[in-house]
Design a binder for this molecule. Structure first.
Ligand SMILES: Cc1cc2nc3c(=O)[nH]c(=O)nc-3n(C[C@H](O)[C@H](O)[C@H](O)COP(=O)(O)OP(=O)(O)OC[C@H]3O[C@@H](n4cnc5c(N)ncnc54)[C@H](O)[C@@H]3O)c2cc1C
Ligand code: FES
Ligand code: FES
Length: 509
């Protein structure tokens, strides 16, 4: 079996495991580094978090991800840091994050602690001014079952106090963190080494291999698969077959860009299928095109999951309650689909498909064998400030939960009227869908002038939306609950979008 040459902590390692093996198993098995813990193996607990360093400009960006859902092949050309690597060279074997935990008694049995340390180290590495809200967001995917969160919160607060003056410029910040022993010297070595190394390019070989497999190469008994972030794939397939070597979309730079493009149908903001959910919401271009979209980021999973999950994976996974898909439906997105073997060829034929036509039935897609989703396009507006957008979701838990129902709405206000209205609904049918009835109610309706008129319109849209669906009952909610939620979430869109108009008082006196 081919081996992989990877930077693990402060040394380069030759690994025998296949590229599709979850990193958690490689770390604990082949590498024997046992500080990384296995808890849920479903992305829910954060005990398995590791830091992955990736080249960005002239520096390296470190982000925490759950190693139970991460394919080993994702680490090509990157730096894997586990707790064993973090403590290299640290005074008394403790980094300042660990010291804060010790000083606040924030660890009891210690099983969850490595994951918290990794997540908070990742948060400190991000070029932002540290505050407590940010620190707590960084650990929203980490569970502790015995210490209690009070002590962990105090440890986080200590770090905020200690590191509020970190430089914001990424290279300077990295150096400052190494000096403060938050990150080990190997982070600096990796920055220097990777700047000198020619980029390892495994992607074309992989594509050819898989294309051959689909062409009927019966020697290849291992099923071919496409993996984005793996946050759905590995939950469904926690123990892949030996030798599993998927097509990793995140290893193709062509799938990871956000750029403006135009064609005969207009101008678009094109988001690569392999862009992570985190980078989607952080993108200045996405924020420019869809003002206010960033406020909905934390309604999706946890920081750890968002660091790994891709936009394309959210669509192709075809969950009826996929959150980014629901947003993109309301935004009028179109898909760019290519043949896998042509993935890197910019001149190869591409197929375009409106997102709403991509879903043919439950988990049934307009995607032929050998096709992959390369990008998704959002219509670009001449004046994006005219675009109004809202997203709502009802789930049992605030963080880390899949919706029972979700919905998004997008429209323009033109001449005091609603124009180009699109309303999506998730969790009410086998596929995510557009709510034609609510769209018809709103299209061309006067957008004001006061809270009372808007409240009447909101009620009309909510009633129409509710009566247009016949959801099933399942573990996330009964049919009746889902219909009621459609009603309430439609009203919530209006309250959010017309804040200050008096609509909230009219609807909920
Ligand atoms: C703890 C946890 C919480 C979650 N919370 C949420 C949530 O709040 N909201 C939500 O919407 N989702 C949530 N999810 C689900 C998941 O994170 C998202 O659906 C995510 O966007 C999937 O992206 P991925 O890149 O990880 O997909 P993957 O797991 O890599 O792939 C998903 C499917 O799509 C296929 N695929 C991926 N990319 C492509 C491509 N470019 N072309 C063709 N096929 C492709 C794969 O073969 C696979 O079948 C959660 C998951 C976990 C584990
Ligand atoms: S083991 Fe729980 S998130 Fe990976
Ligand atoms: S310290 Fe025991 S689970 Fe957190």
């Amino acid at each position: 079996m081919a081996s992989m040459h990877l930077r693990v902590n402060n040394i380069w390692r030759e690994l025998r495991s296949a590229e599709g093996m979850p990193v958690l198993d490689v770390i604990r098995g082949e590498l024997g580094l046992t500080s990384t813990k296995e808890g849920c193996r479903e992305g829910d607990c954060g005990a398995c978090a590791v830091l992955v360093g990736e080249h960005e400009g002239d520096t390296v960006r470190y982000r925490a991800v759950p190693s139970c859902l991460l394919a080993l092949g994702e680490l090509r050309g990157k730096h894997l840091l586990t707790l064993e690597g973090l403590v290299e060279g640290a005074e008394n074997g403790l980094t300042p994050v660990m010291r804060a935990f010790l000083d606040e008694n924030a660890s009891q049995c210690g099983f969850c602690t490595p994951g918290f340390i990794i997540a908070l180290t990742s948060w400190l590495a991000e070029p932002q001014v540290p505050d407590l809200a940010g620190a707590l967001r960084a650990v929203d995917g980490n569970l502790c079952r015995c210490t209690g969160y009070g002590a962990i919160r105090r440890a986080a607060a200590r770090l905020v106090g200690r590191f509020e003056d970190l430089p914001l410029e990424p290279s300077a910040r990295l150096r400052a963190l190494i000096e403060a022993q938050v990150l080990p010297p190997s982070a600096l070595e990796f920055t220097a080494e990777s700047a000198e190394r020619p980029e390892e390019d495994s992607a074309p070989r992989k594509i050819l291999k898989r294309a051959a497999a689909r062409g009927g190469n019966t020697d290849n008994a291992i099923p071919a698969a496409v993996v984005g972030g793996g946050t759905d794939y590995y939950v469904r397939n926690p123990e892949p077959e030996e030798g599993f070597s998927p097509f990793l979309t995140r290893m193709l730079s062509e799938f990871g860009q956000i750029q403006y493009v135009s064609d005969q149908e207009g101008s678009w903001l094109e988001v690569g299928a392999a862009v992570t959910v985190r980078d989607f919401f952080a993108s200045p271009a996405v924020r420019h095109e869809v003002p206010g979209i960033d406020r909905f980021e934390t309604m999706f999973a946890s920081t750890l999951i968002r660091n790994l999950a891709t936009v394309g994976g959210n669509i192709v996974n075809a969950s009826p309650v996929a959150d980014v898909t629901s947003m993109l439906l309301a935004l009028g997105a179109r898909l760019v689909i290519v043949n896998e073997a042509d993935s890197r060829n910019p001149d190869a034929p591409q197929r375009r498909c409106p997102l709403e036509r991509f879903f043919l039935g439950y988990k049934k897609l307009d995607l032929a064998a050998g096709e992959v989703l390369k990008a998704v396009r959002i219509p670009a507006f001449a004046d994006p400030t005219s675009r109004r957008f809202s997203f709502e979701k009802a789930s049992k838990r605030r963080n880390l939960d899949i919706a029972a129902v979700n919905t998004a709405i997008a429209f323009r206000v033109d001449g005091g009227r609603f124009r180009d209205v699109r309303v999506s609904l998730g969790g009410v049918a086998p596929v995510p869908l557009l709510c034609a009835a609510a769209m018809k109610t709103l299209e061309g309706a006067p957008c004001g002038p006061d809270g009372k008129t808007l409240a009447g319109l909101a009620q009309d849209a909510a009633r129409t939306a509710e009566s247009s669906v016949s959801p099933i009952s399942d573990v996330r909610g009964s049919s009746d609950y889902r219909r009621r939620m459609v009603h309430r979430l439609m009203l919530a869109h209006f309250v959010r979008l017309f804040e200050g108009s008096g609509i909230a008082e009219e609807l909920f006196p």
